[in-house]
Design a protein around this ligand. Structure first.
Ligand code: SF4
Length: 292
């Protein structure tokens, strides 16, 4: 299936369904999409989202081929997590074998269940990634580093806090993005700047996908329009958030001053919020090496 995900060309779903694993799962896009596909009567999605199903026939029924003349990037299991506990080692191995067979296409596999990653051998054409949406999940990076994957990447999406210092040795690519959907949480620009700077300093490709639903307006240290936002009409569309990710009210702001780089965020929608970081677009990819 052709994908709308910016950093890939196509998706290939051998597994459907998943269960929540960490904070980044709170507004899971796959769960929302699954519901829609069930309502449309798609057989593959007839089980509820929390039933993890391995579709053996989908291993070979797909839209790419080893004879493809134009190399595609294919996101594997965008509707699940390949390393979910309900998926056996043999099933994961079968997916990896199919990836290898379909070289020269590139297969991107992303997981939050990073503990299982070192148990497998990864073909040359698999890009392996872990989600790091919060600093408490930085240990996932170490599991990723303990694999033989040729290209290793981090997906910091939805980024929910400042990740602090990152040791990006052995990491080829970092993707950052905000959250979409009804319950989307805002993304503080300082969190993104911190990652972009470390990627630049450590020679790692940086891809900033988008801000999500919320646009940051200004740091409130320099902002004089606070009283205007007490207007009830604006309240739902506006959030004040500190760099630590704490949401504060206007009353708190007025009483306590402006804690830790508080910013005003306005809900403008995914498209309007865009993807510029300090007026610059970052859409870098890792260098693709030819086999041997
Ligand atoms: S791991 Fe991914 S697919 Fe599974 S619930 Fe979390 S966000 Fe959704």
């Amino acid at each position: 299936m052709t994908s709308k995900i910016q950093w890939t060309n196509d998706t290939w779903n051998v597994i459907t369904g998943c269960t929540q694993y960490s904070e980044g799962c709170q507004n899971c896009y796959a769960a929302r999409m699954h519901k829609r596909l069930t309502a449309m009567g798609q057989k593959k999605y007839k089980e509820p989202f929390n039933a993890v199903v391995f579709h053996k026939e989908a291993l070979t029924q797909h839209t790419f081929s080893r004879l493809d003349t134009k190399r595609k990037m294919i996101f594997v299991n965008s509707m699940s997590d390949t390393f979910h506990k309900d998926i056996t080692d043999a099933q994961i191995k079968a997916i990896l074998d199919e990836c290898e067979w379909n070289d020269p296409n590139i297969f991107q596999i992303l997981t939050k269940r990073a503990e299982r990653l070192p148990d497998f051998d990864y073909p040359f054409n698999v890009w392996l990634g872990v989600t790091v949406e919060h600093p408490k999940y930085k240990s996932r990076i170490e599991h990723l580093k303990n694999t033989n994957a040729k290209i290793k990447f981090l997906s910091c999406e939805p980024l929910l806090a400042d990740l602090g210092e990152l040791d990006l040795s052995g990491i080829d690519w970092v993707i950052v993005g905000g959250e979409s959907g009804a319950g989307a949480r805002p993304l503080h620009p300082d969190w993104v700047r911190n990652i972009q700077k470390q990627c630049q300093d450590q020679g790692v490709a940086f891809f900033f996908k988008q801000w999500g639903e919320w646009e940051s307006k200004s740091t409130l240290w320099n902002w004089s329009g606070g009283i205007k936002l007490l207007n009830k009409k604006d309240e739902k569309k506006t959030i004040l958030m500190t760099k630590d990710g704490d949401i504060i009210t206007h009353a708190e702001l007025i009483n306590a001053g402006c804690p830790n780089n508080t910013m005003e965020f306005r809900r403008v929608g995914l498209k309007n919020a865009g993807c510029l970081l300090d007026d610059k677009e970052y859409k870098e990819y890792p260098k693709i090496e030819q086999r041997g």
